[in-house]
Write a protein that binds this ligand. Structure first.
Ligand SMILES: [Zn+2]
Length: 400
């Protein structure tokens, strides 16, 4: 294994990886930019065709959202890339990334800039087009080793991770099923390469409140004020938060003219449960709260949404995978630690399927989701070597 570490440590052409990541970053792939995503998907399909398996672009699952009027509408998404290599292998691994970014085409942050000779600033470079380059090159190097035949793998690059993977979560669950382990290529939690360990979950909800309109002066007692009911909900939802769960009432839409009792409001909120238990408890408390507000304000309430990123505790099997990544790092001269993360990603969904996952295998970088987002260039080759070695160890059965 020592030999493999030495082999991989010198196996990667960082300038080729950088050129690729920069070319991908130059394509705008804000999650709603379907044209940009379509272009990116074709470019990636072409790049991943260099692997021995089959590459397919999968249609996004339909997603329904609630608009400000309280009506359900379909939200469009881009296609998701899936590459399948040796699907009949006994032991199979899942590698995932995302091609979308948080920067729409009208966002001011579109250009790349060299910060110094090892740091580039650019949209989606760290989160996570650099990570996609790491996946591709690690797999190419792995395929050139004798051990590669021992395992098969699926690669999934979705188009909607930044908005919660609503059109790809079923695909992720399907691909996770039966997998030995999974690696996700979000950038490291800290610029020094520290991995994200356990993660809380996240859920997004909308409550459509329907009351009864009336004249504010003539017959206000006949009205049922939807804004007041929504405000009451917001205050009481916030109060359901505690150390293991935070609730963020984010927006109230609706209302009417000053002389009208408003009959319509939509309240939107996000929750962050740290544990599965706190998520379940919240579900019960929410139902009781909705019943009480309905009765007290004499309004109807329609609840939409739910927890789309389940909390991600680290199972004993997942802990073994963390240890394996650390051992591989040590062999490569890369000291790797880990810490809890407040963020969420597709690693949450994979872990919820019972598959051990390390979800920050991508480049070292930072300031993601901001115009200061940066990628450390030397980490491209470094992290590709790490992944190639981890794959080799998974192929030789080290996680059992
Ligand atoms: Zn990301």
């Amino acid at each position: 294994m020592k030999q493999l570490a030495e082999h991989f440590a010198g196996a990667f052409d960082a300038s080729e990886m950088l050129t690729q990541a920069r070319a991908w970053s130059a394509i705008n792939t804000g999650t709603a930019n379907l044209e940009g995503l379509a272009q990116q998907a074709l470019v990636l399909a072409d790049a991943f065709a260099s692997l021995p398996g089959e590459v397919a672009l999968m249609e996004p699952a339909p997603v329904t959202v609630v608009d400000a009027a309280g009506d359900e509408m379909q939200k469009s998404h881009g296609r998701h890339l899936v590459a399948r290599v040796r699907p009949d292998a006994d032991r199979r691994v899942l590698l995932t990334g995302h091609m979308d970014t948080v920067f729409p085409p009208d966002h001011p942050f579109q250009q790349q800039r060299d910060v110094d000779n090892d740091t580039v600033n650019g949209p989606g470079l760290a989160d996570m087009k650099g990570g996609i380059a790491v996946i591709l090159h690690a797999l190419q190097a792995f395929e050139r080793t004798d051990g590669a035949q021992a395992i098969g793998y699926d690669v999934m690059i979705n188009s909607d991770e930044e908005t919660g993977s609503l059109s790809s979560s079923a695909l992720i669950a399907e691909l996770a099923r039966g997998k030995h382990a999974a690696l996700t290529y979000e950038p490291s939690a800290l610029p020094d390469g520290t991995l994200a360990y356990d993660r809380g979950g996240s859920g997004n909800f909308s409550i459509v409140v329907t009351g009864k309109s009336a004249h504010a002066g003539r017959n206000p007692h006949e009205g049922r004020n939807a804004i007041v009911a929504a405000a009451d909900l917001a205050v009481r939802l916030k109060a359901l938060g505690h150390g293991e769960l935070s609730v963020n009432p984010a927006r109230i839409e609706g209302g009417s003219a000053n002389n009208v009792v408003p009959d319509h409001a939509v309240l939107r909120f996000n929750i962050r449960p740290k544990t599965t238990e706190s998520a379940e408890l919240f579900g019960q408390e929410l139902n009781a709260l909705l019943d009480d507000v309905k009765t007290r304000h004499e309004v109807t309430l329609a609840l939409h949404g739910g927890i789309t990123r389940p909390p991600k505790p680290v199972s004993s099997q997942a802990h073994k995978l963390f240890n394996l990544v650390r051992e591989c790092g040590a062999e490569l001269g890369q000291p790797i630690g880990w810490q809890s993360s407040g963020g969420v990603c597709d690693g949450n969904n994979i872990a919820a399927c019972g598959v051990p996952v390390v979800d920050t295998m991508g480049v070292r970088g930072g300031a993601i989701h901001s115009p200061d987002e940066f990628m450390i260039v030397s980490s491209l080759a470094e992290r590709a070597a790490l992944s190639a070695l981890v794959l080799s160890r998974l192929a030789s059965g080290d996680l059992r």
